[in-house]
Every structure is written in structure tokens, then in C-alpha cells.
Design a protein around this ligand. Structure first.
Ligand SMILES: [Zn+2]
Length: 374
């Protein structure tokens, strides 16, 4: 069977970081170039601007139907109310934040607190009482969540960590970082308590080197999915165990979600060509017939021991699921409408909190969005 031409698929990118309204046009250009029907924006906490929820509200308001928003938590509120070290209060606050996001018209939640560097800044273990209210709210509302847990195993190994990861400060072999297995154990305990959580684990849950374990995990937890956002180590690992990878994608074709982890930081550095190269690489892996090498813009997406990435050449009915149907099972067939009044009230609250923060406040995205929306 021959696949439909690339542009014929309806594609939702399930994992895109957007921060800074000046990148709106480049993002729309990217959507046209890939092409993408919709994007799921994922928001992460930030001590200066709280998170990227304001930017998400802007895009959802201006371009209805094009953007899903997975909002971020507000740790500034948690700290401001002195609840950082008070598990019961923190649990109540985070649970209330989830309910508020849902009421405003966000489509889901983004959790980055399973990435070791983020864990150091904000986090407690996912299975700690401080997160209990959040998990309970997510489960009760069936509110989906894109969750980052762990990182590639080489990031804990001084001899194997890639240079670019070292430069990003992602070496976890020393210091107070959690272990990869420790992070997985936290999630196991959370899913034991909350077995119907709707979670997309980002980056294949960093289990691409161990497909048997990945299969056991998906079998044990029927309501969760993996996204295939790089970590490009994933595509190298899958190439190394090609037959098993193809079998995995066939067996779990209902549990895999397309995504690229595109960020406006990347667009700011290298322009739209950079995320476009990433999207083309992921699509070539899923759709292509011939082994390929990455664009010169992303040379490290081919590891030294391999000559090329070998694509899966998946049939059309599987591609349709990975490109949008699986995502839509969790997030709905179209983005939720915003309650504009509730969204404005939240923007105003955030704007005041950002203004009241310590030190210089060169940017206040919540205020900017409020002004732009008029
Ligand atoms: Zn990401």
C-alpha cells in the first residue's frame, strides 16, 4: 500500500511550548508548513511569569479551534500562601488550580515536575500527599495531562551523556537529583491510587531502549498513552531494534500520540526551519520507506553508531490514529471553548501577582494579553 501524500494527513502536534506573543506569526507559519490542523500547547511553571497560561489564553481566543491548551500549575500562588512545605494546603491549592483550569476552558494540564531539573526547583515526589488533590481532581474530571517523567538514561551517566545535554545542565549523576527508577516508582504508586488518570507520558516515557517494559507499562495502565516527541534517542533506539519497534507500534497503535516538543525558544534561535526539520524527521520516521539522515539543523538526532534512521512506513490507518485520533480520544475532537470572563479574571489575577513579585519585572505576559485582547 502506498501512503497518502504527506500534506493529506490531518495532524495535531500534541506537545508544543509557546511563550512570547511575538512568535505568533512564526508559529502559524509552522502550522501551515508541516501542516498542522491543531497544536496542543503545554505550559510550564516559571518563577517570574508564573507559567505560559496567559499566552495560551491569547492563542485560544484569537484562533479558535486551532489550539488546545494544557495549562501549567501556579507555584507562585502555592509559595505565596506559604504552602510549599505544607502538604495538605498544597494539595488543596493544586487540586483547586486543576478545577479552575477546567472551568476557564483549558483542555488539560501539563506537568514537567518529573524532569529532574524541574523537580529540583519546585517539586516534591509525585506520590507525595502534596500532589494528592491534583491527581484526584484530574481523575474525577477526566482532565487529560501531558506529563514529563525522567529523561534519557544516559543523562545519569557521565560517560554516556551527549555533549548537548551536558551543556543544558542535564547531568543527574551527582547532586540531589532523583533516580530514573525512583521517578517511575512514584508514577506506579500514583496510578495504583488513581487508575483512570488520562495521561500522555511525554517522550515515550523514556522507555524506548526497553520495549518489553514499555509494553508491560501500557498493558498495566489502559488509560495512558505515550507521545513520540524527541528525545531523538528514541528514534535511534527504535532503529536499533527495528522489528520489535514495528511490532510495538502495531500492537499499541491506539496508544501513541504525535508531537515534536517544538518551542518558541527554538524558533527564536534558529527560525521556523528548525522545528520544521524536527517535524519532518518525525514524520519521515512514521511514514517513510527509505532510511534517512537528519537535516543539518539537527545533526545530533543521528547517534554515532548508526548510519541512518530506519523508518517504520506505517500504514495509513495507523498514521491517522497517531496523528490525531489518539490525541482526540483524550482531549476531545476539538479544543474546548474559553469562558472569556473567567479567562480575563484569571489574567487580571496573574498580572497583579507578577507585578507584585520581587525584583525587576521586565515582562508581564498576563498584562500584555489582557491589553491585547482589549
Ligand atoms: Zn516539552
Amino acid at each position: 500500500m502506498t501512503n497518502a501524500p504527506l500534506e493529506d494527513y490531518q495532524i495535531v502536534d500534541g506537545h508544543v511550548h509557546f511563550r512570547g506573543l511575538e512568535w505568533t506569526e512564526p508559529l502559524l507559519d509552522l502550522m501551515e508548513a508541516v501542516p498542522l490542523a491543531c497544536i496542543n500547547l503545554v505550559s510550564t511553571p516559571n518563577p517570574d511569569t508564573i507559567n505560559q497560561n496567559a499566552d495560551q489564553i491569547y492563542l485560544k481566543t484569537r484562533y479558535p479551534g486551532r489550539f488546545y491548551a494544557s495549562g501549567g500549575l501556579d507555584y507562585v500562588q502555592v509559595a505565596g500562601q506559604g504552602a510549599m512545605d505544607d502538604p495538605a494546603r498544597r494539595s488543596a491549592l493544586l487540586g483547586a488550580q486543576v478545577r479552575k483550569l477546567e472551568a476557564i476552558g483549558f483542555d488539560g494540564l501539563k506537568l514537567i515536575d518529573g524532569k529532574p531539573t524541574a523537580r529540583q526547583r519546585y517539586g516534591l515526589p509525585f506520590d507525595s500527599p502534596a500532589y494528592e488533590g491534583m491527581w484526584a481532581a484530574l481523575e474525577e474530571l477526566q482532565f487529560p495531562c501531558v506529563c514529563h517523567v525522567a529523561d534519557p538514561e544516559t543523562f545519569w551517566d557521565r560517560d554516556r551523556i551527549p555533549d548537548w545535554a551536558l551543556k543544558n545542565g542535564w547531568f543527574y549523576g551527582e547532586g540531589a537529583y532523583p533516580s530514573k527508577e525512583g521517578l517511575y516508582s512514584e508514577i506506579d504508586r500514583v496510578l495504583e491510587r488513581h487508575p483512570s488518570l488520562q495521561i500522555i507520558f511525554a517522550h515515550f516515557y523514556f522507555l524506548s531502549a526497553d520495549l518489553e517494559r514499555a509494553a508491560r507499562f501500557l498493558d498495566a495502565h489502559p488509560t495512558v498513552c505515550f507521545d513520540i516527541t524527541p528525545g531523538a534517542e528514541m528514534y535511534n533506539n527504535l532503529t536499533r531494534q527495528y522489528d520489535a519497534a514495528r511490532a510495538f507500534f502495531t500492537t499499541y497503535q491506539d496508544r501513541i500520540v504525535y508531537g515534536t516538543d517544538t518551542s518558541t525558544r527554538g524558533i527564536a534561535q534558529d527560525g521556523v526551519e528548525h522545528p520544521l526539520a524536527k517535524a519532518r524527521y518525525v514524520r519521515a520516521f512514521l511514514e517513510g520507506e527509505e532510511p534517512f539522515t537528519p537535516s543539518p539543523l539537527i545533526p545530533h538526532w543521528l547517534e554515532d553508531d548508526l548510519e541512518a534512521i530506519r523508518p517504520l512506513a506505517l500504514p495509513e490507518e495507523m498514521l491517522v490514529k497517531i496523528y490525531h485520533a489518539n490525541f482526540e480520544c483524550l482531549y476531545g475532537a476539538r479544543p474546548a471553548p474559553l469562558d472569556e470572563e473567567a479567562a480575563r479574571a484569571e489574567l487580571a489575577r496573574m498580572a497583579d501577582v507578577i507585578d507584585a513579585g520581587e525584583g525587576e519585572r521586565p515582562e508581564n505576559p498576563a498584562r500584555e494579553v489582557l491589553e491585547r485582547l482589549g
